[in-house]
Write a protein of this length. Sequence first.
Length: 477
Amino acid sequence: SGPRRITEHRGTVYVDRVVDSQYVLIESSPPERAQEVIPSPTSSESSSLQRARRSISQQSSSLVGGSNSSTSSSSSFPAMFRPGFGLKVVDPSFLEAIVAALSIHVDDSHCLFCVCLLYSIVKSPGIRQKLLEAYNLKPTGEMQSYNKDLVGIVLDILDKATLTGNCVRLITVHMAVLMLNELVDMTQNPCLLDAHTALLENIYEASILHLRLFYKGPGDEIFLDMFEDEYDQEMSFTVKVPFLMMDASMLLPPTDTPLTGIEFTRRLPCGETERARKAMRVFFATRKLRHRVLHLEERDLPLTHTGNSATIGEVVDLSNCDLFSCKVVTGEKYSMRFMVVTETEFLLVDPDKTRLGWGVVQFIAFLQDVDIATDPANTSGIFITVHPRPSPSSSSSSKNKQHKRPALSAQLLFDDHIRCIAGRQALLRSKRHLKQAKMARIAKLLHLPPPELTTPTSSLTHPLEDLGEMGGGGGGE
């Protein structure tokens, strides 16, 4: 009961009723329920409105196949509404059909579209918060008050992404994580039930076991470089759902070949390297979600901490550092610099004219990005190549990385061959210790025993052996 307003537009009947001071707009309904929603025609109503109602009844009958069992949820007819709190004007079978399509069988195409649809419904500014809470699509603020069934289904998507040879793309994993962040109030502690927390722990452990398949041991430097690169890509990756839904390639069956030009996150991996990359990305995504749910602080990632790094032009204290005077030759230009090697970085500095023992940084790079090669024509020189670190905003495709110019490609000429040997050994020793330390941290993340660390040796322990190596050829490190 209550005031109502009946309007007609292009053959469609709209009925407004006032319930709890909210207008509820119903577009259409099954013919058997039409009498409950749309009152019988009166003499005050126009004939066009009556014809529109008959048209709606005929269209509804054809859509339900002429069946009289309209009271069942399977034949219910969806309605378009303006939300009001506590009003269930939409049949729940609509949402149930979406949730049922979240199951992954052959591929994740239906699952991805349904997760995007649910996420768009939850994030839509045209739907009030109270209505989302009434349908249990948003947490109500009470402790562990969320849609248990839907959260379990979304966690099952993440669980299938950790299986060997799975058909879940990375974009589906990221959308599942975004949906969990909307369904659950992450500010509560604990925010998940014990059963869901245990399931999340199992998913995290499964991602570790899956990543172990691609770990070849403490000497796998390719794994180390790929691990750091994929971490940077994962931490900077954001999903823009509107642009994702405008991508026409999403309508095609999931492919695994990079020849199509489809982004790596939106297709299946091709080859052992891409499968390792995907396993790393799934591991990082599940680890980040686990830390957020359990309110843990990340202490082991990233492997390279750039917070304490010096910057170009900064004045640094060199009193406890080994300095190697050298001439830096780049093409036809050269300049005199002091080479400084720390535990993690390679620096070229100029002495500070105002303070003794201090220097101005002219170039800086991480040791992991530095390649060293001997000069067969000059025993007092070495070649240095510094590869640029991939920026978080750059593409993760290997094609773009191969065409990047090195940050520095120069020849370092020392005063004599003894100082050249000492500088080269300092670089190699620091690079080796840095890689061993990082591989030990990766082993800790994968719940593996830490590798044995070699003991440091003096930079001038065997100068004659290094001299013979330098004179014998131009091998690189």
